[in-house]
Ligand binder design. Structure first.
Ligand SMILES: [Zn+2]
Length: 296
């Protein structure tokens, strides 16, 4: 825990250093070396550079604030941990040796403070690399591989009309939630949740869904099929709290869930160019494996 705080402090100092450098360099005389700053093709207009610099400074300031917030949270969590009586075996649950004393004090401070952290919103570390070597299937590949779910797509959830896909579609309880997905995806997500339940039952109990099957085009596109259309994607959250699309942040519980999904071969939307961290979908590798096994 102390190491994390030190790392955060170092990050704040680095960012603060970067911010100072940025302010000084953007206040200096014009950059004769050309557009090395990478601010695009705006030539000779001081305002363009100034506003870009201002955006960058604001961005850095936000990052510093987020790090400071993170430090404050960690600090209060350390205090909570230090106040807890030392129980047996390092378990979060209060030991029976507490005997006649009612445990409510322990329950209200210790474990709940830790469990509450699952819903907390945090920055996604190394966001663009969270999926490692697991590949996104993509609408083009999916349509070729298993067919288009329906001909005309709108922005709403329309019925699936492709008979082959419809035959594989199942509505089932998969641990803590109910999903409508293709049969092999149901089997896979059931395994994911089994593992979560065995490893982290508190997190498991708080998993919620914001939807799985929805035959529609990707928002903001014309006719690009969303992975949700194929019954191969699910949106999840902790305690029903909706994620903000594209802010580079997610709930702490989702970062833990992502590890379980990755182990089973799923893609996490946190790594998409437009961050979508509540979104989990079946990867290309999984589809190819299912094809080889005759499941799809
Ligand atoms: Zn989604």
């Amino acid at each position: 825990m102390r190491a994390i705080i030190l790392a955060l402090l170092a990050a704040i100092l680095l960012l603060a250093g970067g911010l100072t450098w940025f302010v000084l360099s953007s206040m200096g005389p014009g950059d004769d070396a050309g557009p090395a700053g990478g601010f695009g093709t705006d030539v000779g207009t001081g305002t363009a550079v100034d506003s870009a610099a201002r955006i960058e400074i604001e961005f850095m300031r936000q990052q510093i604030e987020q790090l400071q917030e993170g430090m404050a949270t960690l600090d209060s969590r350390i205090q909570t941990l230090e106040q807890r009586p030392v129980g047996g075996g390092g378990s979060f649950a209060p030991g029976p040796e507490l005997g006649g004393q009612p445990n409510e004090g322990v329950l209200n401070n210790g474990p709940n403070a830790i469990i509450d952290a699952y819903a907390q919103v945090v920055l996604i570390a190394n966001r663009r690399k969270v999926n490692g070597k697991i590949n996104v299937a993509g609408p083009g590949f999916l349509e070729q591989f298993i067919g288009r779910p329906r001909e005309n797509l709108s922005d709403n959830c329309d019925p699936m009309t492709n008979p082959k896909l419809k035959a594989m579609l199942k509505l089932e309880s998969v641990g803590p939630i109910r999903v409508s997905m293709l049969q092999p995806a149901i089997e896979s997500i059931t395994r994911v949740f089994e593992n979560v339940k065995n490893t982290d039952p508190d997190l498991y109990a708080r998993i919620n869904t914001a939807g799985s099957l929805c035959v529609r085009q990707i928002r903001g596109t014309r006719g690009r099929t969303s992975t949700h259309s194929f019954g191969l994607a699910v949106d999840l959250n902790i305690d029903g709290k909706l994620d903000t699309l594209g802010d580079g942040k997610t709930q702490l519980g989702l970062t833990i869930l992502a590890d379980f999904f990755r182990a089973e071969g799923w893609v996490w939307g946190a790594g998409f160019s437009r961050e979508d961290s509540m979104h989990f979908e079946v990867s290309r590798q999984m589809l190819e494996q299912w094809r080889a096994e005759g499941k799809i």
